[in-house]
Ligand binder design. Structure first.
Ligand code: PLP
Length: 399
């Protein structure tokens, strides 16, 4: 199945999109093509400038049949014209930032988002002459104020890491486009099952495939989805020249994970709701952030743009360092580990001092706002697919 069709259901696309039985052997599962090079029957240009999505396979850094199958599946799931894959989510983000922004350009980015992206923006882009304004993107007026004649890109993450802020994609797209800037959405925490940012006006969607789409914690990967025109701007520099190519083996693993994405997202949401209810009524817990709960500060935006509230929640307790120590020693089901979106539940303390000093560098009112939600540290829990009662019992024991 290679073509967009409004009539085809999301579960069918997740399973069959980009795939078809092998013509030679009839194998129903996709083959893994590990070959780095391909025999051609006529001379093919070697230059990255001459490559597009219809070019023949010549070398796996250009394109690869297994990786291409995954790209088609993801494009169908996101309702995108094109998908380009990368070796990790960070490789995808860096490819977008470094190939679509140039010296003299200005970027507006969320002031709290995935720390890797936050650090690339604050530390690396200015070295290339790109000015960056981190702003609280939950406040549309602040985005508008930050726009300058040189703003070429607005970058949001929704839900964001670790505050789980929900940013109004359609409204931010209006602001970005009124200033001739591109809107990029890191939609890793949502997945295409919860939100399809391109349909809400975004120009590019970034995913860490390492999270929900792969879903099993065994393969790093990244993807960018966009129009064909933006994909071709990204392909030459971001894919072929920078060369952070997704391994075909990882593409195959991620494709297998993606087949069950709609079913897994439903189960992640159900379990996260159960944990959010448990944490909300527990007196040891001071604050819970889950986009699906009416108490979430942007719950109304979440209702509008999310078809599924995903499986990540954050919560605050007194003495988080002591609780983290207990978790490391005593959790039996939930793994005390970073990352999100896997079938296994994961929990990790995101220490406020560490994040503020190393990644976000917030001061004054912005810092106070962050601390109002996070205190000295926020536990980010990626709720997996185990039985909810076992996850609740595990947390109950260590809180
Ligand atoms: N975007 C978000 C929202 C993330 O949480 C992460 C990683 O945690 C990334 C991007 C980077 O992804 P990767 O670890 O695959 O490079």
């Amino acid at each position: 199945m290679n073509k967009k069709s409004a009539a085809i259901g999301i579960q069918t696309i997740a399973i069959h999109g980009g795939e078809s039985p092998d013509r030679e052997t009839g194998a129903t599962a996709p083959n893994i093509v590990m070959s780095s090079t391909f025999v051609v029957d006529e001379p093919v240009s070697f230059s990255a400038t001459n490559v597009d999505e219809n070019s023949p396979y010549i070398y796996t850094r250009w394109s690869n049949p297994t990786t291409r199958q995954l790209e088609i599946k993801l494009a169908l799931l996101e309702h995108a014209d094109q998908c380009l894959t990368f070796a990790s989510g960070m490789a995808a983000s860096s490819a977008v930032l470094f190939s679509l922004l140039n010296s003299g350009d200005h970027l507006v980015m969320s002031n709290t988002n995935y720390p890797g992206t936050a650090e690339v923006a604050r530390d690396q882009l200015p070295k290339k002459g790109i000015e960056v304004s981190p702003v609280d993107t939950t406040e549309l007026a602040l985005i508008e104020q930050a726009m300058t004649p040189n703003t070429r890109m607005v970058w949001i993450e929704t839900p964001s890491n670790p505050l789980l802020q929900i940013i109004d994609i359609a409204k931010v797209a209006e602001i970005a486009h009124a200033h001739n800037a591109l809107l990029v959405v890191d939609s890793t925490f949502a997945s295409p099952i919860a939100t399809r940012p391109l349909e809400l006006g975004a120009d590019l969607v970034v995913h860490s495939l390492t999270k929900y789409i792969g879903g099993h914690g065994d393969a790093l990967g990244g993807a960018v989805l966009s129009s064909a025109a933006l994909a071709s701007r990204l392909r030459e520099c971001g894919v072929l020249h920078y060369g952070a190519t997704l391994s075909p083996f990882n593409a195959w693993l991620i494709m297998r994970g993606a087949a069950t994405l709609p079913l897994r997202m439903r189960a992640h949401q159900e379990n996260a709701m159960a944990l959010a209810d448990f944490l909300h009524q527990d007196s040891r817990v001071e604050h819970v952030l889950y986009p699906g709960h009416p108490s979430h500060p942007q719950h109304e935006v979440a209702k509008k743009q999310m078809n599924n509230y995903s499986g990540i929640l954050s919560f605050k307790v007194k003495n988080p360092a002591r609780v983290a120590e207990r978790m490391m020693k005593q959790l039996k089901v939930i793994h005390y580990a970073v990352s999100v979106g896997h079938h296994r539940s994961l929990i990790y303390l995101l220490d406020t001092k560490d994040l503020i000093e190393s990644s976000y560098r917030l001061e004054g009112a912005e810092l106070a706002k962050y601390k109002a939600h996070a205190g000295d540290g926020l536990f980010r829990c990626s709720v997996g697919l185990e039985d909810a009662q076992d996850l609740i019992a595990d947390l109950d024991h260590v809180l």
